[in-house]
Design a protein. Structure first.
Length: 447
């Protein structure tokens, strides 16, 4: 291509006359008066005339950035003017020519176009403090200004993708970020204002935090606010020890994507205090969030308690430290809704709980719904130990699978009923084991 005079199609005299007339208009324009322009009046013959043009054009463009549409060729668009008729297209060209003579050649060849940033101006910072900017056409030099400290590098030779690598930042915040950029031929472009949100902090909750009377079988769980990036490392980052520093036998495993569980083997030691510690540097969320402080938890177990249920005798027994402390008559499941046998533990408890049938539509045979069932202690799925005020047939099967106990609560038909359910609720706790036998052991049968 033959060399082209950068001013040939846009004479310097015309440029300065245009700027002079616009600058004169600025003296009476409230909008232009509000622009941050200082210094003596403009003179096209002044030694720093070129710098004055650049300063004026930059101010016009910063004021009107929202009216310069990304990805549009400045030659081809219809003229865009402000309220006083100032041609913003020519302002952009003035700025480009004043800052670099190559701008005129860019304008004539169609290169003076603003690349479009794909994906919008509001972004979330990646897990590794990385942000990828993708443009619809090549970009020259690109830098950033703002509170976030970031390095910028082109992803490949096409110069359409750039990687911003951010250093330290506050979690869960939104930072303004200004892109300072150029065309591939070096023509400065209007700054682009972005907003970059940083990942929220990772949170971890301990299911037994602060409990001082835990039963011996409830597993410890760490519930994270979002999935953790490295699940294997997370298991190695957390420890459980007694308050005097002794290790606790057991194993860690994941329950779903956000629950890390420790199961003691064979059980927690009775009447012992435990401490849970975690290395926050090794616990990172998939989104990049980290714990704001080291993980620290504490809980204690109570005495060695165990509840035994014997279906053949319709009886329950409370045992503490190897000694029977109380025996109750109960009503377990009927033949069509039997109580499950096996070894379980109390995993949830409520002073009052609405209980309803599962999987049976309202109005169909087998449907039930009872509000305010007292002293409810779940041990397997929907099966629970609880008070029953709607019957007095304890010692015989009568339930949908739960273990019914006598209670005074809401019991208007049998006001002299024994408060077995309330006593058991006060004596037991989360994690107390529950063993259901189909038949009582021989040692009991002899008695």
């Amino acid at each position: 291509m033959p060399a082209t005079n950068p001013r040939a199609s846009f004479p310097s005299r015309f440029s300065f006359e245009l700027v002079s007339s616009i600058f004169a208009l600025a003296l009476t324009s409230q909008t232009l008066q509000a622009m941050p322009l200082t210094g003596p009046p403009f003179s096209p013959n002044a030694p720093d005339a070129k710098a004055q043009v650049a300063r004026l054009a930059t101010a016009w463009l910063e004021r009107e950035t929202s009216r310069v549409l990304p990805g549009m060729d400045l030659r081809a668009r219809p003229p865009v003017t402000d309220a006083w008729g100032f041609d913003l297209e020519k302002g952009a060209i003035l700025q480009a020519e004043a800052l670099d003579p190559k701008a005129a050649r860019d304008r004539n060849s169609g290169l003076l176009a603003v690349p479009a940033l794909e994906g919008g101006l509001a972004r979330m910072l990646g897990a590794d403090g990385e942000l990828i900017l993708q443009f619809d056409r090549p970009v020259g030099n690109l830098g950033v200004l703002g509170a976030l400290s970031a390095s910028v590098s082109a992803v490949d030779a096409s110069r359409r993708s750039f990687r911003l690598q951010v250093g330290s930042y506050a979690q869960g915040q939104t930072y303004p970020l200004k892109l300072i950029w150029q065309t591939v031929t070096g023509t400065p472009l209007p700054p682009l204002q972005m907003e970059v949100a940083t990942p929220p902090a990772l949170e971890a909750r301990l299911n037994v935090q602060g409990i001082d009377n835990l039963g011996l079988m409830l597993p410890l769980q760490l519930i994270f606010s979002e999935p953790v990036r490295d699940r294997m490392t997370a298991k190695q980052a957390v420890s459980v020890k007694t308050s005097d520093g002794a290790n606790v036998p057991g194993y860690w495993h994941w329950v779903g994507k956000q629950r890390l569980q420790f199961t003691p083997r064979p059980a927690w030691p009775a009447s012992t205090t435990f401490e849970v510690r975690g290395d926050e540097a090794l616990l990172r969320a998939e989104s990049g969030g980290r714990l704001e402080a080291p993980l620290a938890g504490r809980f204690s177990t109570g005495t060695d308690r165990h509840i035994f249920v014997y279906l053949d005798r319709q009886q329950a027994t409370a045992v503490e430290n190897g000694q029977v402390v109380r025996t109750f008559k109960v009503s377990t499941g009927k033949a069509k809704t039997p109580t499950a046998t096996g070894s379980f533990y109390i995993y949830d408890r409520y002073l009052r709980k609405t209980m309803r049938s599962r999987g049976i539509p309202k109005g169909r045979p087998g449907y039930y719904e009872v509000e305010d069932v007292p002293y409810t202690q779940f041990f397997k799925g929907d099966l629970a130990l609880h008070g029953a005020f709607w019957h007095n047939g304890f010692g015989h099967p009568a339930s949908h699978g739960c273990v019914n106990l006598s209670t005074k609560e809401k019991n208007t038909r049998w006001p002299n009923a024994s408060e077995d359910a309330g006593w058991l609720y006060g004596w037991a706790a989360l994690g107390v084991p529950v063993t259901v036998y189909r038949e009582a052991p021989m040692a009991m049968a002899v008695k």
